[in-house]
Design a protein around this ligand. Structure first.
Ligand code: 4AD
Ligand code: MG
Length: 504
C-alpha cells in the first residue's frame, strides 16, 4: 500500500512501509510522520493498543528509521495528506541513531556532501517529482507531435559548441570528447526521419562556479527537416507551454511544498515575446522600456530594497540573539530561536551575494557593447522585465555557433534563437535554423579552427538531399531550476557534477 493511495482505503486496515520523517510523543501516544516516497502520513501509536514493548520501541525511533506499520486509515483534513493511520502493529526494520541531517538549518556545502541522504528531504523530494513530470511531459509532447526519439553518441570526435569546454578522453589510444550536444547527429537523423529528438547527457568543462553551469547536464534536442527559424520558434513556444501546463496541472502539492509562487508560470502560458538581438540590446542598455519599466532604473530600485532587507535581517538576528540570553528559556523556544537565526543567516548570505551582484548587473548593462553575446548578467537584466520567457533571435553571426544559417536579407546576423526564462533566470534554450550552403559552412568550420576531416560526414548532409532545417536544445536542469525557482542549478539534478564536485 502506498501513501498516495490512502484516499481509497478510509476506515480500512492497511500496511505501510517507509521511513521516519519525524517523531514526537506524549501521554502514552507516539506520532510518527512516515514517508514512503509517494507521500507522508502521520501514524499514531497508542500504548494501550500496541502494548508497552512496541510503544517503547516506537518512541525510541530516530529520524530515517525504517519500518512497517499496519493500522486503520482515518480521514482528517488537518493532517498532511488528509489522512492518518491508527497503528495496530509496528515492525521496526532498522532503528537509526544520529541521522546526519538534523531538523535544523544546514549550510549548502554540508548538504551537498550529504546529497545521497538529502534527496529524502521534503524539498528535494518535491523538486525531483517536478523534474520527473517535466521529463514525462517532454516525451509525451514530442511523441504526440510525431517526433522519433533517437540517441546521439556520447563519445565524439568533433566539437559542436566550441573547443573551449571539451572534456577530453582516451578512446583506444585516440582522442575523443564527451558530447557537448547531440545536434550534429540530430541533423543526420532528421534527414532520415523528418522530425527527431535526442534526450541524453551532455558535458561541458566549465571551470567556474556559477549558479547556471553544470559539467554534466541533460539536453533535449529536437531537429526538424523543412523548418525555418520561425517554425522553430512556434514549436519552442508550444512545447514549453505544454510542459508548464502539465506541471501546473499535476504538481500542485510539490509546488506548494517548495513555496513556488506560480503566477509567472501561469503567465508563461501566453505568447512569448520575440525580440531581435538589436531590440534586446536596447532594452538591456536602458534605451528602450518594457511596459514602462526601465532596466537600469528597476535594478537601482532592486538594490535599494535589497539593502533594506539586509538591515532587517541583521536586526532580527540581533534581536533573537538577545532573547536567547533570557534566563530560564524553555528548550522548545531556544530551539525555535536558534533555528530562525540559522535561517536568517542563510538568507543573509544570499542577500549579501545579491548586493555584490546587482551593481555588476547595472554596470554590465550600461556598458554592454553591441555585437557581443549576452552574459549571465545581461540575461538577468532583461528577463526581470518580462512575465514569460522571451525569444531573442538574429544574433551577430560571429558570436554564435558555426552551423547557424545567415539571415538571407541581412548577412550580419545568424538565425539563432535563445529562449530566456523570466525572473532573472536567463537562457534555457539555444537553437536556430541551420546553414545549408556547403561553401558557407566549410568557410565557417575553417574560421572556427575546427578539424575539417571530422566534419566531412556532416557536410555530406548538405551534399545529398539538403533541405532547410532547424532545431533547438533545452537544458533540462535550467528548466527545472526556473520552474522550481531554485537559487542554483545544483538542486535540479539528483547528483550534480560541477566544477569542484564529483562526490557523492
Ligand atoms: O546553447 P547551447 O550551447 O546549444 C546547443 O548545444 C545546441 N547545439 C542546441 C541545439 O540547437 N540542438 O546549449 C543548449 C542549452 C542551453 O540553452 C542551456 O539550457 C543548456 O543547454 N546548457 C547548460 N545547462 C547546464 N549547464 C551547462 N553548462 C549548460 N550549457 C548549456
Ligand atoms: Mg547557448
Amino acid at each position: 500500500m502506498l501513501i498516495k493511495d490512502l484516499s481509497n482505503f478510509v476506515d480500512k486496515k492497511v500496511t505501510l512501509k517507509g521511513w521516519v520523517a519525524n517523531r514526537r510523543d506524549g501521554k502514552g501516544l507516539v506520532f510518527i510522520i512516515l514517508r514512503d516516497g509517494t507521500g507522508q502520513c502521520q501514524c499514531i501509536g497508542d500504548i494501550n493498543l500496541i502494548g508497552e514493548e512496541k510503544f517503547n520501541e516506537a518512541v525510541s525511533l530516530g529520524l530515517e528509521s525504517s519500518l512497517i506499520v499496519a493500522g486503520k486509515v482515518v480521514a482528517d483534513e488537518r493532517q498532511i495528506g488528509g489522512f492518518e493511520l491508527h497503528i495496530s502493529h509496528i515492525e521496526v526494520l532498522q532503528n537509526v541513531k544520529d541521522y546526519p541531517i538534523a531538523k535544523k538549518e544546514h549550510g549548502i556545502e554540508f548538504l551537498m556532501d550529504q546529497r545521497h541522504l538529502w534527496l529524502r528531504s521534503n524539498r528535494q523530494w518535491a523538486i525531483m517529482k517536478i523534474r520527473n513530470q517535466i521529463i514525462f511531459s517532454i516525451h509525451t509532447f514530442f511523441q504526440n507531435e510525431g517526433f522519433v526519439q533517437m540517441d546521439a553518441p556520447i563519445f565524439t570526435g568533433n566539437a559542436c559548441e566550441g573547443t573551449s569546454n571539451l572534456f577530453e578522453t582516451d578512446y583506444y589510444g585516440d582522442k575523443a570528447y564527451l558530447s557537448q550536444s547531440g545536434q550534429l547527429y540530430g541533423e543526420a537523423m532528421a534527414m532520415a526521419m523528418g522530425k527527431i529528438y535526442t534526450f541524453g547527457p551532455t558535458f561541458r568543462a566549465e571551470k567556474s562556479k556559477t549558479r547556471r553551469h553544470l559539467s554534466e547536464f541533460w539536453m533535449i534536442e529536437p531537429e526538424m527537416a523543412f523548418h525555418d527559424i520561425f517554425d522553430n520558434m512556434d514549436l519552442i513556444e508550444k512545447f514549453l507551454q505544454h510542459v508548464l501546463k502539465d506541471v501546473l496541472a499535476n504538481c500542485q502539492t510539490e509546488l506548494k511544498l517548495i513555496d513556488r509562487d506560480t503566477a509567472l508560470l501561469e503567465s508563461s502560458l501566453g505568447a512569448f515575446p520575440r525580440l531581435t538581438y538589436d531590440e534586446a540590446v536596447r532594452i538591456i542598455k536602458g534605451e528602450q522600456d518594457v511596459d514602462g519599466q526601465n532596466s537600469i532604473k528597476s535594478l537601482e530600485d532592486l538594490l535599494a530594497t535589497t539593502e533594506n532587507r539586509l538591515t532587517e535581517i541583521n536586526a532580527e538576528i540581533a534581536d533573537r540573539e538577545q532573547k536567547l540570553k533570557t534566563p530560564g528559556m524553555k528548550k522548545g523556544e531556544i530551539n525555535f530561536n536558534q533555528n530562525k537565526i540559522g535561517q536568517l543567516k542563510n538568507e543573509a548570505k544570499d542577500v549579501e551575494e545579491d548586493l555584490r551582484n546587482i551593481p555588476q548587473w547595472i554596470s554590465s548593462a550600461k556598458n554592454f557593447e553591441y555585437g557581443n553575446d549576452f552574459g549571465g548578467s545581461d540575461e538577468t537584466v532583461i528577463t526581470r522585465l518580462f512575465k514569460s520567457p522571451i525569444m531573442v533571435y538574429d544574433w551577430p553571426h560571429d558570436v554564435k555557433a558555426f552551423y547557424l544559417k545567415r539571415n538571407p536579407t541581412d548577412s550580419r546576423f545568424a538565425r539563432g534563437v535563445d529562449v530566456l526564462a523570466p525572473e532573472g533566470y536567463g537562457e534555457i534554450v539555444g537553437g536556430g535554423e541551420r546553414e545549408t550552403d556547403e561553401a558557407l559552412l566549410t568557410q565557417k568550420i575553417k574560421e572556427h579552427d575546427l578539424p575539417m576531416q571530422e566534419f566531412e560526414w556532416y557536410l555530406d548532409l548538405r551534399r545529398y538531399g539538403s533541405v532547410p532545417h532547424a532545431g533547438f536544445g533545452l537544458g533540462l536542469e535550467r528548466l527545472v531550476t526556473w520552474v522550481c525557482k531554485l537559487k542554483h542549478v545544483r538542486e535540479s539534478i539528483p547528483f550534480p557534477r560541477m566544477y569542484g564536485r564529483l562526490m557523492p
